[in-house]
Ligand binder design. Sequence first.
Ligand code: FPP
Ligand code: MG
Length: 295
Amino acid sequence: MKQINEIILPIKCDLDNFEIELKKIINNSQNFLMQDLENFLFKNPKRLRPIFVFLFSKILEIDSENVLKIALATEIIHNASLLHDDVIDEEEYRRNTETFYKKFGSKIAILEGDFLLSLALEILSKTNNQITLIFAKRIKDTILGEIEQNINTNKIIDEEIYYRKTFNKTGSLFLAGLEALFALKEIDNKIKESLINFIKQYALAFQIKNDIDNFLNNKSDIKNGNYTLPVLYLCKANANINIDDLSNIKIDEFLKLSQEKIGEIRNKALNYIDSIEESIYKKTIIELCELTLRS
Ligand code: FPP
Ligand code: MG
């Protein structure tokens, strides 16, 4: 299977430029913890949101300075949300590095998240009102997803509620990047609909994969009472289960069910873009789905 660096070659120029601009923004930010912010933003990032912004912009043939700004805003807001998320989840490590929460405590971690959010607002203010409004709305949805997750801790929620909060907390920002592009050019409604449906399904599958990885490795979701898809499947089949002690439970079956769900959602996502004209960019999206959603 191709590695990510090979897959994204068709947009390498845009991504290289993105890295340069992002570094400039952080280095000019005059933040007291600039070096830590730089480490956080540049150490082993996936850059999935900007990657999709650039790929969609090629498919839609949008050539505008605002594309880079949209890509930067998605990545900076994503990182702001992670700084806050690590406080909420009391997470000590992210990408094998100490979190701001562990190193500086909750107050600084939250303030640094707020700072990144302000940097993104500054960038968005240089686009247009419509794009700024799209981001405001989708940031609200992201936060609502996180609120819904946190008011339901220690509860076995319905699968439908799990999908709703998952789409909100993870899908909203991916969607914001795409909707912002639609504000730059008149696009056929059918194409808009296909891409929106695609990215919604992709983000859902991506977060389920993240939840499975947490269930298998770190287990902080269980510790925090955030019962994700594998646990929901487990509880559906075993009504009297003790979630804090899964040592005697055969989890393979429930993992398999969750992984099959990812496959199902990924296929649905790919079906949605079936009607999009063939191109190297569409091929890149398909390869990206295969790489990032495989078990
Ligand atoms: C990761 O979830 C977190 C999110 C996808 C969104 C978090 C959103 C907030 C904390 C609301 C504040 C938002 C902004 C924009 C400031 P996860 O814990 O499942 O993933 P992880 O394993 O990467 O921690
Ligand atoms: Mg987290």
